[in-house]
Design a protein around this ligand. Structure first.
Ligand code: GLC
Length: 717
């Protein structure tokens, strides 16, 4: 990376400071000013010289647009240092895949990686160099709008997805493979633990829990070679992440050895002031640079203060140089000094984007991401049936979910379009029934009329995509009232009802799952959503998804998650009133982590262990026979959990340690074998040492985190 060092030596301090600034596309002359704005806009108080020396752009895409911006910029940059083009490519670029919480339900790392690779191909040819993904924040609170962006509540599974997404985005040769983009893992750290599920709210937890549950997925992304890290808006141990030296400098850079680029989230450096941990922009800039944050996104603390901070000796220029060098080295690694346009290609863009192949992968992943939650002899539908399709999502392109800014709701395959691929349209009766949150008498009448003509009714219900995502938190996580009323109204007809749900968070399903015969969770399934849902509802695909975040019995339970501790007064023993319970609702979630049904059924045989003793140098094989006892082929995701019965600190009742997807034909049996090693049993002790203890363990295997077979074994030291 000699070119970077040579450039650094030629840069003036003004040029160095401006290199740390990231601006939205609207600041750039060559821009069409249609770039994505994803945060509060404020007067930046910056001049043209600063823009001409800024280091990177966010929210821009489109081969021609990016080339226009880059060309105009390079004409005005003294040293000809190109811009880094960054954007949020979270679950697809133009071909939109299911939201990450849906992809999480697929448990399919290969397809997850493939979706990221396709997103990278489409983004790179459109001029994007870096994506602000994967988001790997562990989530346990469905009130938070951004649970849709995570893969769920388990650190082990989130880590697998983090690695898969980074592999897909980056490939293994970022310099020469211009079909890939650099990844940026976010939001460091523990953004998903915002108190009360309210976005940007305080996060407070022990360092032990932070390391045990919230940090593993970020570490997994970085171990996979992720090039960048984005800071979180929240505090960690009462210090805003973007100014948190212990978190960034000591842990991320020193302990983990991360020497890539750290970027603040939108305005997060200036927000150190609002947090009350900086007097002014000058102090915010000082704290953030000392914490090791290289790029300031969309606030001017650095450009307004770093020069003075260096010249008055408050911070050393070497600290500034460090950050500038990391940014230049990323540009060099991406080959931008040789070719500032990298993969941008107008002709190729036309050919690659939304290709048939890409859409086919999106359709397959959407089908694997849907979760069958209930089915009492209604699904799959028969193609000859007279079917009423009713609801605000019956014909609605708003199925891409948040963070799909380049996607098109127009070309998204709507549910009714999917149905018409499968059946005679003359037998399909479509009615809106209501809007997301409002209803008219006429809508209801049309819905009843459609239902009266049908043998079976499919209700397509859910949240508007603006009810999910950043700053879209809900305290009441039920379906909107009008939709519950629609269910009640249609139920009066006494016909079989299947519900398809479009939502970005676990919902309180009272009034839905207890009132109907079948429920398919479709989340926001993306561009091919309607086709995938039709594949599933008509049996051309068999549901196999399993939820990776608990669906609460009621929002009053939240946070509720499977890997919880036993407490000193667990509900089920001894049976007295003085135990950990509610007077009015159960402790258990409505649907547990790992839950999902199929059109077939699976039987689990006895659990056998190769040994009931484990040492640091041996392993135990855990085997179980799984049989397809139904009459259609299907996939089953077999899950293995472990419990450390006695630890130096409290240990979860269950921890996911392995899983395997198997495909079984009717009547077929497969023996599934897992391996347990001592390494899988390590945890953070009270002194934060990461190690295992001798003692008793229980291994569980089953179709979800509740219906399991178990056996004990001991770890002998
Ligand atoms: C937003 C989000 C972050 C996103 C960034 C740039 O505020 O928090 O996830 O990458 O701004 O759009």
């Amino acid at each position: 990376m000699t070119r970077s060092r040579e450039l650094l030596n030629q840069m003036t301090i003004d040029e160095k400071v401006a290199q740390l600034l990231q601006l939205a596309t609207l600041f750039y002359k060559g821009s069409s000013h249609k770039g994505q704005i994803t945060g509060p806009m404020a007067d930046m108080g910056i001049n043209e010289e600063i823009v001409n020396n800024s280091g990177s752009v966010l929210g821009g895409a489109g081969a021609q647009e990016v080339m226009n911006i880059q060309k105009t910029y390079m004409e005005n940059n003294r040293l000809g240092i190109p811009l880094l083009m960054m954007a949020d490519i979270i679950h697809g670029f133009k071909t939109i895949f299911p939201v990450p919480l849906a992809i999480g339900s697929s448990w399919d790392m290969e397809l997850a990686e493939k979706s990221a690779e396709i997103a990278a191909i489409e983004a790179a040819v459109s001029g994007v160099h870096v994506t602000f993904a994967p988001m790997v924040d562990l989530v346990r609170d469905p009130r938070w709008g951004r649970v849709m962006e995570s893969t769920g509540e388990d650190p082990f599974l989130n880590s697998d997805f983090a690695r898969a997404f980074v592999r897909g985005f980056q490939g293994n040769d970022l310099t020469n493979d211009t079909n890939r983009v650099a990844a940026c893992v976010k939001h460091f750290a523990a953004y998903g633990a915002a108190e009360a599920g309210r976005d940007y709210n305080t996060v407070d937890m022990s360092e032990r829990i932070l390391r045990e549950s919230y940090l593993p997925a970020y570490k997994a992304a970085l171990d996979e070679g992720c090039e960048m890290v984005m800071t979180a808006f929240n505090t960690v141990d009462s210090i805003p992440a973007s100014g948190n030296k212990k978190l960034m400098r000591d842990l991320l850079r020193e302990e983990w050895g991360f020497d890539g680029v750290i970027i603040s989230d939108w305005g997060a450096i200036k927000e150190i002031i609002a947090h009350g941990v900086a007097e002014d922009e000058r102090e915010a800039a000082k704290k953030a640079l000392e914490a090791g944050v290289d790029i300031e996104m969309m606030t001017p603390c650095y450009v307004h203060n770093l020069k003075e901070l260096v010249e008055d000796g408050t911070i050393s220029e070497s600290l500034l140089d460090e950050s500038v060098l990391r940014i230049l080295q990323l540009k060099e690694k991406l080959g931008l000094f040789e070719n500032p346009y990298r993969g941008a290609n107008v002709e190729l863009e036309e050919k690659l984007i939304l290709s048939k192949e890409h859409r086919q992968v999106a359709r397959e992943l959407a089908a694997k991401s849907c979760v069958l939650m209930k089915n009492e002899n209604v699904l799959p539908l028969q193609k000859e049936q007279k079917i009423a399709l009713i609801g605000p999502f019956a014909h609605n392109g708003d199925i891409l979910g948040p963070w799909s800014w380049q996607g098109s709701t127009e070309i998204a395959v709507k549910v009714d379009e999917g149905f018409k691929m499968k059946m005679d349209p003359a037998n399909l009766f479509v009615a809106q029934g209501c809007d997301i949150e409002t209803v008219t008498e006429q809508q209801l009448q049309e819905a009843v009329k459609a239902a009266e003509q049908a043998e079976v009714i499919v209700l397509a219900l859910g949240e508007h995509s603006r009810m999910s995502g950043e700053a879209k938190c809900r305290a009441d996580i039920r379906l909107p009232e009008v939709q519950l009323q629609l269910i009640a109204e249609i139920k009066k007809l006494g016909k079989p009802i299947a519900v398809v749900l479009f939502n970005g968070r676990p919902l309180d399903l009272h009034g839905v799952i207890d009132e109907t015969d079948a429920v398919l969770e479709a989340w926001y399934p993306g561009t091919e959503g309607g086709a995938a849902i039709a594949d599933l509802l008509f049996g051309d695909a068999n549901p196999s998804g399993k939820i990776t975040i608990s669906f609460p019995y009621s929002v009053g339970q939240v946070p509720v998650y499977y890997n919880a501790f036993n407490t000193g007064r667990p509900k089920d023993e001894p049976v007295t009133e003085y135990v950990s319970k509610y007077l009015d609702i159960p402790n258990s979630p409505l649907l547990p982590f790992g839950f999902g049904l199929s059109y077939t059924s699976f039987a689990y045989g006895e659990l056998t262990l190769s040994d009931d003793k484990l040492t640091d140098d041996t392993s135990i094989s855990v085997s179980i026979d799984v049989t397809n006892t139904g009459d259609v082929a299907g996939d089953e995701i077999v899950q293995l959990y472990v419990r450390d019965v006695v630890g130096e600190v409290v240990r979860p009742l269950k921890e996911l340690k392995s899983y395997e997807r198997i495909t079984l034909n009717p009547g077929e049996t497969k023996t599934v074998t897992f391996t347990i090693t001592e390494e899988m049993l390590r945890y953070h002790h009270a002194d934060l040492q990461f190690a295992s203890d001798a003692g008793k363990f229980i291994v569980f295997v089953g179709p979800n985190s509740v219906e399991t077979k178990e056996k004990e074994f001991v770890l002998v030291k």
